[in-house]
Unconditional design. Structure first.
Length: 131
């Protein structure tokens, strides 16, 4: 199991979120299953005191519809969720220049994941483990 700390920003909020890669790296060297947990909610979190929050993210492992592959999210799907969330913040009272930069970067990342699919499709290797 690998612990990820790149989200730590020097403040207790992000440092309290534990991110772990649960599986061994697979094809291409990437992990496919992650657990995110917040140990215990503070006293101010009514109804959550003493409880931990856990989310698991399972990414696609292997080509879809191939025997032995594991269904899951794609990076593009996760980016779409983040884009939706930051877009909503930018439409309300939490609008700020930092969120503008985050939104731009997320949209760029999504554009490039889509371009990767286009390039792989043009080469006839989309949906395979071929490089």
């Amino acid at each position: 199991m690998k612990t990820i700390t790149s989200h730590h920003d020097g403040f207790a909020l992000n440092a309290s979120i534990l991110i772990e890669a649960l599986d061994e790296p697979g094809p291409g060297g990437a992990n496919h299953e992650y657990r995110l947990s917040v140990p215990h909610a503070p006293e101010s979190a009514a109804g959550y005191v003493g409880k931990s929050f856990v989310a698991t993210i399972q990414f696609q492992r292997g080509p879809r519809d191939e025997p032995g592959s594991m269904p899951g999210l794609t990076e593009g799907a996760l980016l779409a969720v983040l884009i939706d969330r930051i877009t909503a913040f930018q439409a309300g009272e939490y609008r700020c220049i930092e969120n503008d930069h985050v939104l731009w970067a997320l949209k760029q990342a999504l554009t490039w994941t889509k371009q990767r699919a286009v390039t792989r499709a043009e080469r006839g290797v989309l949906g395979t483990t071929k490089v």
